[in-house]
Design a protein around this ligand. Structure first.
Ligand SMILES: Cc1cc2nc3c(=O)[nH]c(=O)nc-3n(C[C@H](O)[C@H](O)[C@H](O)COP(=O)(O)OP(=O)(O)OC[C@H]3O[C@@H](n4cnc5c(N)ncnc54)[C@H](O)[C@@H]3O)c2cc1C
Length: 388
Protein backbone atom coordinates (compact mmCIF):
# COMPACT_ATOMS: atom_id res chain seq x y z
CA UNK A 1 0.00 0.00 0.00
CA UNK A 2 1.28 3.44 -0.94
CA UNK A 3 -0.07 6.02 1.48
CA UNK A 4 1.20 9.12 -0.27
CA UNK A 5 2.48 8.70 -3.84
CA UNK A 6 4.08 12.16 -4.05
CA UNK A 7 5.93 11.66 -0.77
CA UNK A 8 7.21 8.24 -1.75
CA UNK A 9 8.30 9.45 -5.18
CA UNK A 10 10.31 12.25 -3.55
CA UNK A 11 11.89 9.82 -1.09
CA UNK A 12 12.81 7.33 -3.83
CA UNK A 13 14.40 10.13 -5.89
CA UNK A 14 16.35 11.27 -2.82
CA UNK A 15 17.64 7.74 -2.13
CA UNK A 16 18.60 7.28 -5.79
CA UNK A 17 20.56 10.53 -5.75
CA UNK A 18 22.23 9.72 -2.43
CA UNK A 19 23.30 6.25 -3.57
CA UNK A 20 24.79 7.50 -6.83
CA UNK A 21 26.33 10.78 -5.70
CA UNK A 22 27.39 10.08 -2.11
CA UNK A 23 27.83 6.33 -1.77
CA UNK A 24 29.14 4.86 -5.03
CA UNK A 25 32.22 7.15 -5.00
CA UNK A 26 33.29 5.92 -1.53
CA UNK A 27 32.60 2.19 -1.83
CA UNK A 28 36.26 1.30 -2.23
CA UNK A 29 37.21 3.46 0.74
CA UNK A 30 34.56 1.78 2.90
CA UNK A 31 36.02 -1.59 1.89
CA UNK A 32 39.57 -0.46 2.66
CA UNK A 33 38.75 1.14 6.03
CA UNK A 34 36.18 -1.54 6.88
CA UNK A 35 33.86 1.14 8.21
CA UNK A 36 31.24 3.61 7.12
CA UNK A 37 32.55 7.17 7.61
CA UNK A 38 30.87 8.92 10.55
CA UNK A 39 30.07 11.98 8.39
CA UNK A 40 28.01 9.77 6.14
CA UNK A 41 26.21 8.18 9.10
CA UNK A 42 25.29 11.70 10.26
CA UNK A 43 23.95 12.46 6.79
CA UNK A 44 21.84 9.29 6.88
CA UNK A 45 20.57 10.31 10.31
CA UNK A 46 19.66 13.81 9.15
CA UNK A 47 17.76 12.35 6.22
CA UNK A 48 15.71 10.17 8.57
CA UNK A 49 16.79 6.93 6.88
CA UNK A 50 17.12 5.09 10.22
CA UNK A 51 13.43 5.57 10.95
CA UNK A 52 11.76 4.31 7.79
CA UNK A 53 9.80 1.49 9.40
CA UNK A 54 9.27 3.04 12.83
CA UNK A 55 5.74 4.46 13.29
CA UNK A 56 5.32 8.22 13.00
CA UNK A 57 4.15 8.62 16.59
CA UNK A 58 7.61 7.43 17.66
CA UNK A 59 9.45 9.76 15.33
CA UNK A 60 9.88 7.49 12.30
CA UNK A 61 8.48 7.70 8.78
CA UNK A 62 6.02 4.87 9.34
CA UNK A 63 6.42 3.41 5.86
CA UNK A 64 4.06 0.64 4.83
CA UNK A 65 5.65 -2.67 3.83
CA UNK A 66 5.23 -1.80 0.14
CA UNK A 67 6.86 1.60 0.64
CA UNK A 68 9.66 0.01 2.67
CA UNK A 69 10.52 -2.54 -0.04
CA UNK A 70 10.46 0.14 -2.75
CA UNK A 71 12.96 2.16 -0.71
CA UNK A 72 15.04 -0.97 -0.09
CA UNK A 73 15.23 -1.69 -3.86
CA UNK A 74 16.85 1.75 -4.26
CA UNK A 75 19.08 1.85 -1.17
CA UNK A 76 20.58 -1.54 -1.91
CA UNK A 77 21.84 -0.67 -5.39
CA UNK A 78 25.15 -0.16 -3.63
CA UNK A 79 27.72 -2.10 -1.66
CA UNK A 80 25.98 -3.86 1.22
CA UNK A 81 27.61 -1.83 4.02
CA UNK A 82 25.39 1.16 3.24
CA UNK A 83 22.07 -0.47 3.85
CA UNK A 84 23.49 -2.69 6.62
CA UNK A 85 24.37 0.45 8.60
CA UNK A 86 20.75 1.65 8.69
CA UNK A 87 19.17 -1.73 8.05
CA UNK A 88 19.06 -3.11 11.58
CA UNK A 89 17.09 -0.04 12.71
CA UNK A 90 14.72 -0.30 9.75
CA UNK A 91 14.40 -4.05 10.29
CA UNK A 92 15.46 -6.67 12.82
CA UNK A 93 16.83 -4.24 15.42
CA UNK A 94 13.62 -2.30 16.05
CA UNK A 95 10.83 -4.53 14.79
CA UNK A 96 10.36 -6.61 17.97
CA UNK A 97 9.63 -3.40 19.87
CA UNK A 98 7.37 -2.10 17.09
CA UNK A 99 5.44 -5.39 16.94
CA UNK A 100 5.21 -6.40 20.59
CA UNK A 101 6.81 -3.76 22.85
CA UNK A 102 4.79 -2.19 25.66
CA UNK A 103 3.86 1.46 25.20
CA UNK A 104 6.53 2.40 27.74
CA UNK A 105 9.20 0.38 25.90
CA UNK A 106 8.25 1.94 22.57
CA UNK A 107 8.39 5.45 24.01
CA UNK A 108 11.74 4.73 25.60
CA UNK A 109 13.60 3.25 22.64
CA UNK A 110 11.95 3.88 19.30
CA UNK A 111 12.33 7.68 18.97
CA UNK A 112 16.10 7.44 19.42
CA UNK A 113 16.31 4.48 17.03
CA UNK A 114 14.31 6.44 14.46
CA UNK A 115 16.87 9.26 14.49
CA UNK A 116 19.80 6.83 14.43
CA UNK A 117 21.04 8.09 17.79
CA UNK A 118 20.80 4.45 18.89
CA UNK A 119 21.67 1.49 16.68
CA UNK A 120 19.74 -1.70 17.28
CA UNK A 121 20.47 -5.36 16.51
CA UNK A 122 18.81 -8.75 16.88
CA UNK A 123 20.70 -11.37 18.87
CA UNK A 124 19.00 -14.68 18.10
CA UNK A 125 21.67 -17.04 16.72
CA UNK A 126 23.92 -19.01 19.08
CA UNK A 127 26.72 -21.55 18.61
CA UNK A 128 24.12 -24.37 18.96
CA UNK A 129 21.13 -22.46 17.56
CA UNK A 130 21.66 -21.65 13.89
CA UNK A 131 19.15 -23.14 11.48
CA UNK A 132 17.57 -24.72 14.55
CA UNK A 133 16.76 -21.26 15.85
CA UNK A 134 14.67 -22.52 18.76
CA UNK A 135 17.61 -24.40 20.30
CA UNK A 136 18.44 -21.32 22.38
CA UNK A 137 20.67 -22.04 25.39
CA UNK A 138 21.00 -18.48 26.71
CA UNK A 139 19.18 -18.49 30.02
CA UNK A 140 17.32 -15.73 31.83
CA UNK A 141 16.57 -16.67 35.43
CA UNK A 142 14.56 -14.42 37.71
CA UNK A 143 16.13 -12.92 40.80
CA UNK A 144 13.75 -10.54 42.51
CA UNK A 145 13.02 -7.73 40.10
CA UNK A 146 15.64 -8.64 37.52
CA UNK A 147 16.42 -11.37 35.00
CA UNK A 148 19.99 -12.68 35.05
CA UNK A 149 21.14 -13.55 31.51
CA UNK A 150 23.92 -16.01 30.73
CA UNK A 151 24.95 -17.26 27.29
CA UNK A 152 26.63 -16.52 23.97
CA UNK A 153 25.08 -15.09 20.81
CA UNK A 154 26.91 -15.65 17.53
CA UNK A 155 27.06 -13.81 14.17
CA UNK A 156 25.25 -10.67 15.30
CA UNK A 157 25.16 -7.92 12.64
CA UNK A 158 26.07 -4.49 14.00
CA UNK A 159 26.76 -5.91 17.49
CA UNK A 160 30.16 -4.14 17.69
CA UNK A 161 28.48 -0.76 17.33
CA UNK A 162 24.97 -1.47 18.65
CA UNK A 163 23.48 0.40 21.60
CA UNK A 164 20.35 -1.75 21.94
CA UNK A 165 20.14 -5.54 21.67
CA UNK A 166 16.95 -7.55 21.14
CA UNK A 167 17.83 -10.86 22.80
CA UNK A 168 16.05 -14.21 22.84
CA UNK A 169 16.63 -16.20 26.04
CA UNK A 170 15.10 -19.14 27.87
CA UNK A 171 13.13 -18.03 30.90
CA UNK A 172 11.70 -21.42 31.77
CA UNK A 173 14.16 -24.08 32.87
CA UNK A 174 13.74 -27.50 31.32
CA UNK A 175 11.77 -26.32 28.27
CA UNK A 176 12.81 -27.13 24.71
CA UNK A 177 12.09 -25.64 21.31
CA UNK A 178 10.08 -22.44 21.13
CA UNK A 179 8.39 -23.00 24.50
CA UNK A 180 9.83 -21.03 27.40
CA UNK A 181 11.61 -18.45 25.23
CA UNK A 182 11.29 -14.73 25.97
CA UNK A 183 12.55 -11.61 24.22
CA UNK A 184 14.39 -8.83 26.01
CA UNK A 185 15.72 -5.44 25.10
CA UNK A 186 19.17 -4.96 26.61
CA UNK A 187 21.12 -1.72 26.56
CA UNK A 188 24.87 -1.53 25.99
CA UNK A 189 26.56 -0.63 29.23
CA UNK A 190 24.46 -3.09 31.22
CA UNK A 191 27.05 -4.87 33.41
CA UNK A 192 27.62 -8.40 32.12
CA UNK A 193 26.96 -7.58 28.43
CA UNK A 194 30.06 -7.68 26.24
CA UNK A 195 30.59 -7.79 22.48
CA UNK A 196 33.49 -9.59 20.80
CA UNK A 197 35.93 -8.32 18.21
CA UNK A 198 34.41 -7.96 14.72
CA UNK A 199 35.03 -11.11 12.65
CA UNK A 200 37.18 -11.24 9.53
CA UNK A 201 34.59 -12.00 6.84
CA UNK A 202 34.44 -13.00 3.17
CA UNK A 203 32.69 -9.75 2.25
CA UNK A 204 30.46 -6.92 3.42
CA UNK A 205 33.40 -4.88 4.72
CA UNK A 206 32.13 -1.92 6.71
CA UNK A 207 29.33 -3.99 8.24
CA UNK A 208 30.69 -5.30 11.56
CA UNK A 209 29.48 -8.62 12.95
CA UNK A 210 30.54 -10.26 16.23
CA UNK A 211 29.65 -12.47 19.18
CA UNK A 212 27.70 -11.10 22.12
CA UNK A 213 28.38 -12.43 25.63
CA UNK A 214 26.03 -12.38 28.61
CA UNK A 215 27.78 -13.09 31.90
CA UNK A 216 25.41 -12.66 34.85
CA UNK A 217 23.92 -9.75 32.95
CA UNK A 218 21.16 -8.26 35.11
CA UNK A 219 18.24 -6.99 33.06
CA UNK A 220 15.31 -5.19 34.74
CA UNK A 221 11.93 -6.91 34.50
CA UNK A 222 10.70 -3.81 32.64
CA UNK A 223 12.90 -4.82 29.70
CA UNK A 224 11.05 -8.07 28.98
CA UNK A 225 9.53 -7.22 25.58
CA UNK A 226 5.76 -6.93 25.85
CA UNK A 227 6.00 -7.74 29.56
CA UNK A 228 5.16 -11.38 28.83
CA UNK A 229 7.32 -14.46 29.32
CA UNK A 230 7.21 -17.47 26.97
CA UNK A 231 6.16 -15.65 23.78
CA UNK A 232 9.60 -14.50 22.62
CA UNK A 233 9.79 -16.84 19.67
CA UNK A 234 6.43 -15.64 18.36
CA UNK A 235 7.76 -12.08 18.59
CA UNK A 236 10.89 -13.04 16.67
CA UNK A 237 8.81 -14.76 13.97
CA UNK A 238 6.77 -11.57 13.51
CA UNK A 239 10.07 -9.74 13.06
CA UNK A 240 11.38 -12.31 10.59
CA UNK A 241 8.23 -12.54 8.47
CA UNK A 242 8.44 -8.83 7.77
CA UNK A 243 12.23 -8.88 7.56
CA UNK A 244 12.27 -11.62 4.93
CA UNK A 245 10.39 -9.33 2.55
CA UNK A 246 12.69 -6.45 3.44
CA UNK A 247 15.78 -8.63 2.94
CA UNK A 248 14.44 -9.99 -0.35
CA UNK A 249 14.22 -6.40 -1.59
CA UNK A 250 17.75 -5.79 -0.28
CA UNK A 251 18.93 -8.78 -2.35
CA UNK A 252 17.31 -7.35 -5.47
CA UNK A 253 19.04 -3.94 -5.43
CA UNK A 254 22.58 -5.37 -5.66
CA UNK A 255 21.49 -7.53 -8.61
CA UNK A 256 20.22 -4.38 -10.39
CA UNK A 257 23.49 -2.59 -9.66
CA UNK A 258 25.69 -5.49 -10.79
CA UNK A 259 23.77 -5.84 -14.02
CA UNK A 260 24.12 -2.07 -14.68
CA UNK A 261 27.87 -2.33 -14.16
CA UNK A 262 28.14 -5.42 -16.37
CA UNK A 263 26.13 -3.86 -19.21
CA UNK A 264 28.30 -0.71 -19.08
CA UNK A 265 31.42 -2.87 -19.18
CA UNK A 266 30.30 -5.01 -22.09
CA UNK A 267 29.49 -1.89 -24.10
CA UNK A 268 32.96 -0.43 -23.46
CA UNK A 269 35.06 -3.56 -23.81
CA UNK A 270 35.88 -4.52 -27.40
CA UNK A 271 37.11 -7.86 -28.70
CA UNK A 272 37.05 -9.19 -32.26
CA UNK A 273 36.58 -5.58 -33.40
CA UNK A 274 33.37 -4.84 -31.56
CA UNK A 275 31.83 -4.35 -28.13
CA UNK A 276 31.54 -7.71 -26.38
CA UNK A 277 27.97 -6.70 -25.53
CA UNK A 278 27.10 -7.24 -29.19
CA UNK A 279 27.63 -10.97 -28.85
CA UNK A 280 24.39 -12.84 -28.39
CA UNK A 281 25.84 -15.19 -25.77
CA UNK A 282 26.49 -12.11 -23.64
CA UNK A 283 22.99 -10.82 -24.32
CA UNK A 284 21.56 -14.12 -23.08
CA UNK A 285 23.16 -13.45 -19.70
CA UNK A 286 21.73 -9.92 -19.67
CA UNK A 287 18.26 -11.23 -20.56
CA UNK A 288 18.31 -13.99 -17.93
CA UNK A 289 19.47 -11.57 -15.25
CA UNK A 290 16.95 -8.86 -16.08
CA UNK A 291 14.10 -11.39 -16.22
CA UNK A 292 14.99 -12.76 -12.80
CA UNK A 293 15.32 -9.27 -11.31
CA UNK A 294 11.87 -8.42 -12.66
CA UNK A 295 10.41 -11.64 -11.24
CA UNK A 296 11.95 -10.90 -7.86
CA UNK A 297 10.57 -7.35 -7.80
CA UNK A 298 7.08 -8.55 -8.74
CA UNK A 299 7.01 -11.26 -6.06
CA UNK A 300 8.22 -8.92 -3.35
CA UNK A 301 5.82 -6.07 -4.17
CA UNK A 302 2.92 -8.51 -4.35
CA UNK A 303 3.79 -10.05 -0.97
CA UNK A 304 4.37 -6.62 0.60
CA UNK A 305 0.92 -5.48 -0.56
CA UNK A 306 -0.59 -8.65 0.95
CA UNK A 307 1.11 -7.92 4.27
CA UNK A 308 -0.23 -4.37 4.19
CA UNK A 309 -3.73 -5.81 3.69
CA UNK A 310 -3.21 -7.78 6.90
CA UNK A 311 -2.80 -11.16 5.22
CA UNK A 312 -0.53 -13.91 6.55
CA UNK A 313 2.67 -13.72 4.48
CA UNK A 314 4.72 -16.43 6.20
CA UNK A 315 4.75 -18.54 3.02
CA UNK A 316 5.22 -15.75 0.49
CA UNK A 317 7.92 -14.04 2.60
CA UNK A 318 9.86 -17.29 2.69
CA UNK A 319 9.48 -17.74 -1.10
CA UNK A 320 10.60 -14.13 -1.70
CA UNK A 321 13.70 -14.47 0.49
CA UNK A 322 14.61 -17.81 -1.08
CA UNK A 323 14.12 -16.66 -4.66
CA UNK A 324 15.68 -13.18 -4.34
CA UNK A 325 18.82 -14.36 -2.53
CA UNK A 326 19.42 -17.23 -4.97
CA UNK A 327 18.63 -14.94 -7.91
CA UNK A 328 21.17 -12.40 -6.69
CA UNK A 329 23.82 -15.14 -6.50
CA UNK A 330 23.09 -16.20 -10.08
CA UNK A 331 23.22 -12.60 -11.32
CA UNK A 332 26.52 -12.00 -9.48
CA UNK A 333 28.01 -15.06 -11.13
CA UNK A 334 26.88 -14.00 -14.63
CA UNK A 335 28.16 -10.47 -14.08
CA UNK A 336 31.64 -11.72 -13.12
CA UNK A 337 31.49 -13.74 -16.34
CA UNK A 338 30.51 -10.70 -18.41
CA UNK A 339 33.48 -8.77 -16.97
CA UNK A 340 35.86 -11.56 -17.97
CA UNK A 341 39.17 -11.55 -16.07
CA UNK A 342 38.48 -8.04 -14.78
CA UNK A 343 35.52 -9.47 -12.88
CA UNK A 344 37.92 -11.50 -10.76
CA UNK A 345 40.41 -8.72 -10.03
CA UNK A 346 39.51 -6.09 -7.44
CA UNK A 347 41.93 -3.60 -9.01
CA UNK A 348 39.95 -3.65 -12.25
CA UNK A 349 36.28 -3.78 -11.23
CA UNK A 350 33.94 -3.57 -8.24
CA UNK A 351 32.21 -6.79 -9.31
CA UNK A 352 34.66 -8.94 -7.37
CA UNK A 353 33.58 -7.13 -4.17
CA UNK A 354 29.87 -7.38 -4.95
CA UNK A 355 30.24 -11.10 -5.68
CA UNK A 356 31.72 -11.67 -2.22
CA UNK A 357 29.24 -9.32 -0.52
CA UNK A 358 26.13 -11.00 -1.83
CA UNK A 359 27.19 -14.56 -0.97
CA UNK A 360 25.89 -14.05 2.55
CA UNK A 361 22.31 -13.52 1.39
CA UNK A 362 21.77 -17.27 0.91
CA UNK A 363 23.00 -17.99 4.42
CA UNK A 364 21.45 -15.60 6.91
CA UNK A 365 17.88 -15.06 8.01
CA UNK A 366 17.26 -18.68 7.08
CA UNK A 367 19.53 -20.56 4.68
CA UNK A 368 18.07 -21.50 1.29
CA UNK A 369 17.62 -25.06 2.52
CA UNK A 370 15.62 -23.92 5.55
CA UNK A 371 13.40 -21.82 3.28
CA UNK A 372 12.87 -24.76 0.92
CA UNK A 373 11.76 -26.88 3.89
CA UNK A 374 9.59 -24.08 5.22
CA UNK A 375 7.87 -23.49 1.87
CA UNK A 376 7.15 -27.19 1.40
CA UNK A 377 5.96 -27.58 5.00
CA UNK A 378 3.51 -24.71 4.71
CA UNK A 379 2.20 -25.84 1.36
CA UNK A 380 1.68 -29.40 2.58
CA UNK A 381 0.01 -28.11 5.73
CA UNK A 382 -2.43 -26.10 3.60
CA UNK A 383 -3.32 -29.38 1.89
CA UNK A 384 -3.77 -31.21 5.16
CA UNK A 385 -0.54 -33.17 4.79
CA UNK A 386 2.59 -33.06 6.95
CA UNK A 387 6.18 -32.88 5.80
CA UNK A 388 8.47 -35.44 7.52
C1 LIG B 1 27.70 -12.29 8.57
C2 LIG B 1 26.52 -12.88 9.28
C3 LIG B 1 25.59 -12.02 9.85
C4 LIG B 1 24.53 -12.55 10.60
N1 LIG B 1 23.67 -11.69 11.27
C5 LIG B 1 22.82 -12.21 12.20
C6 LIG B 1 22.10 -11.35 13.09
O1 LIG B 1 22.16 -10.12 13.00
N2 LIG B 1 21.34 -11.91 14.06
C7 LIG B 1 21.22 -13.26 14.21
O2 LIG B 1 20.54 -13.69 15.14
N3 LIG B 1 21.87 -14.11 13.37
C8 LIG B 1 22.67 -13.61 12.38
N4 LIG B 1 23.36 -14.46 11.54
C9 LIG B 1 23.20 -15.91 11.70
C10 LIG B 1 22.55 -16.61 10.52
O3 LIG B 1 21.18 -16.35 10.49
C11 LIG B 1 22.90 -18.11 10.62
O4 LIG B 1 24.27 -18.23 10.27
C12 LIG B 1 22.03 -18.98 9.73
O5 LIG B 1 20.73 -19.06 10.26
C13 LIG B 1 22.57 -20.39 9.57
O6 LIG B 1 22.91 -20.97 10.78
P1 LIG B 1 24.35 -21.67 10.97
O7 LIG B 1 25.36 -20.70 10.49
O8 LIG B 1 24.45 -22.15 12.36
O9 LIG B 1 24.34 -22.87 9.95
P2 LIG B 1 23.83 -24.40 10.25
O10 LIG B 1 22.48 -24.31 10.87
O11 LIG B 1 24.90 -25.10 11.00
O12 LIG B 1 23.72 -24.96 8.79
C14 LIG B 1 24.80 -25.59 8.10
C15 LIG B 1 24.23 -26.17 6.79
O13 LIG B 1 23.26 -27.17 7.11
C16 LIG B 1 22.05 -26.89 6.44
N5 LIG B 1 20.94 -27.37 7.26
C17 LIG B 1 20.71 -27.12 8.57
N6 LIG B 1 19.59 -27.72 8.97
C18 LIG B 1 19.07 -28.35 7.88
C19 LIG B 1 17.92 -29.13 7.63
N7 LIG B 1 17.01 -29.40 8.58
N8 LIG B 1 17.73 -29.62 6.36
C20 LIG B 1 18.61 -29.34 5.36
N9 LIG B 1 19.71 -28.61 5.54
C21 LIG B 1 19.94 -28.11 6.78
C22 LIG B 1 22.02 -25.39 6.25
O14 LIG B 1 21.17 -24.98 5.20
C23 LIG B 1 23.50 -25.11 5.96
O15 LIG B 1 23.73 -25.34 4.59
C24 LIG B 1 24.38 -13.95 10.71
C25 LIG B 1 25.29 -14.80 10.07
C26 LIG B 1 26.35 -14.29 9.39
C27 LIG B 1 27.35 -15.24 8.76
Amino acid sequence: MIKDQAQINALLADIRRFVRERWHPIEDEVERLDQVPEALVLELRRKGYFGWSIPRIYGGLGLTTEELVLCAFELSQASVALRARVGTNTGIGSEALVADGTEEQKQRWLPRMATGELTGCLALTEPQAGSEATNVQTSARTEGDVYVLNGVKRFITNAPLADVFTVLARTEDGTRGSAGLSAFVVERGTPGLRTGEPYRKMGQAGSPVSDVYFEDCRVPRADLIGGREGVGFQTVMKVLNKQRLHLAALCTGPAIRMLDLAIEHTQRRTQFGQAVGNFQLMQAMVADSQTEIFASRCMIVEAARARDRGEDVALSASMCKYFASEMCGRVADRCVQMFGGSGYVADFSPIERYYRDVRLFRLYEGTSQIHQLNIAKQLLRERGQTAP
